[in-house]
Design a protein around this ligand. Structure first.
Ligand SMILES: [Zn+2]
Length: 408
């Protein structure tokens, strides 16, 4: 487990087979084609309508690297919060997913984006690009228009979705070519700001129950094209009860049954890809650090954004980012990876970065290690600072995701 909590090398964006700087990490290389951003471009190539993006110019190469067979119809399923190692460690509860993981081609994690969190990952997935271009870089981030923190699940105090996120989605671009594109999800997410920002373009079918949604996905797949199916509950239950809880296992078993039913009911020959936006770790209450109680950490910091595993610190005027980073490194030592924005961008953490996105990213970026969470009780709710399971950082548990391939 300590290896799975170790921070992985920063995954690169591009069309290459993988990033060999990550080659000595368990499970092999990650990044390049083996990345969340590659899935929809690769799927578009698999259905014969290749869509390149600002970071992926060769969708056919992505399709080959990920091992997606050609098909007239594809269903891409995103299971929120189901990291590769969360899945691998609970396979005994999931006969269908176990059968997929028995295939050699599926026995390799791919990387999600940094931070490994829903809003950043959904936009990375939907556009086939990166947070540096989508402007969606954290659960909360600075809104440069107001100078205040915005929250990007509900878009509270945020720049409007289509103005913040200006990259075309793969769905939009397929629809422009008259390819059928369908999204199956909860009715309440149909017009949500997060959907509009990250996943706009498809015809949306809202289904009340998980079974309604998977049957809608199977029905849509009768027409050639691309279907997206979203499954929420592993993340939701993980945050509330911990991913090691019996409740999580119960949800995981139901998700496995839903995916097996998806395969049974999908038209023969439909390509099925199962992926996730991020994994999860158990937070250790003994390793919770509260910025409110540590003057060395709060000094010079005007606003704390991001989330407890991936913080974005916005400096007070005239406070050098390097000084804040120095104080945080002194306090945290090996418990976190602390980088200034310039260092993080130079390492490719957010992929290529638009000038307009730069001020949204923190002046200092902190990726928590081990089971550490770093909270701020001055501004965050008691519930938010005590979640049993969390994600956002660069550990294998959080940033390694599955890309499981099946054909109905
Ligand atoms: Zn998520």
């Amino acid at each position: 487990m300590s290896e799975l909590l170790g921070l992985t090398p920063t995954a690169r964006y591009g069309d290459g087979a993988a990033d060999d700087t990550a080659g000595d990490t368990a499970g092999g290389a990650r990044g390049g084609a083996l990345h969340l951003s590659a899935i929809l471009p690769a799927a578009s190539a698999a259905i014969g309508h290749p869509i390149g993006t600002a970071v992926h110019h060769d969708p056919a190469a992505l399709q080959r690297a990920l091992g997606l067979p050609d098909a007239t119809s594809a269903i891409v399923v995103l299971v929120d919060g189901l990291g590769y190692w969360n899945l691998a460690m609970r396979l005994g509860h999931a006969p269908y997913l176990r059968s997929l993981m028995n295939e050699t081609a599926n026995q390799r994690p791919i990387a999600t984006c940094a931070p490994s969190t829903t809003v950043a990952a959904m936009a990375t997935f939907g556009t086939g690009t990166c947070p540096g271009l989508t402007g969606m870089a954290g659960y909360t981030q600075l809104n440069p228009v107001t100078g205040k923190l915005s929250q990007l699940i509900q878009f509270t105090d945020a720049i409007p979705p289509s103005d913040l996120q200006r990259q075309p989605t793969v769905f939009e671009r397929l629809a422009l070519r008259d390819v059928r594109v369908t999204s199956c999800g909860l009715p309440k997410f149909k017009d949500s700001p997060l959907t509009e920002a990250a996943l706009r373009g498809p015809a949306y079918i809202g289904g009340v129950t998980p079974r309604d949604r998977l049957l809608a996905a199977c029905e849509s797949a009768k027409t050639p094209g691309l279907t997206y199916l979203y499954i929420r509950d592993a993340d939701k239950i993980g945050h509330s009860y911990g991913w090691d809880s019996d409740k999580w296992i119960g949800v995981f078993e139901r998700i496995d049954a839903q995916l097996a039913a998806l395969k049974r009911n999908a038209p023969r020959g439909t390509l099925i890809v199962v992926t996730a936006d991020h994994g999860m770790i158990m937070a250790d209450p003994e390793q919770r650090i509260d910025i409110a109680e540590e003057p060395q950490l709060s000094r010079g910091v005007r606003v704390v954004g991001g989330e407890p595993r991936a913080l974005m610190l916005y400096a007070e005027e005239d406070e050098p980012a390097g000084d804040i980073a120095h104080r945080w490194r002194e306090r945290l030592g090996g418990l976190a990876l602390v980088r200034t924005r310039d260092e993080a961008i130079a390492q490719g953490l957010f992929g290529p970065v638009d000038d307009r996105v730069r001020p949204m990213l923190g002046d200092v970026l902190v990726a928590a290690g081990e089971s550490v969470t770093i909270v701020d009780s001055r501004t965050q709710s008691d519930k938010a600072t005590h979640l049993p399971s969390v994600h956002g950082s660069q550990s294998m548990m959080e940033s390694d995701i599955p890309c499981l391939i099946d054909v109905a």
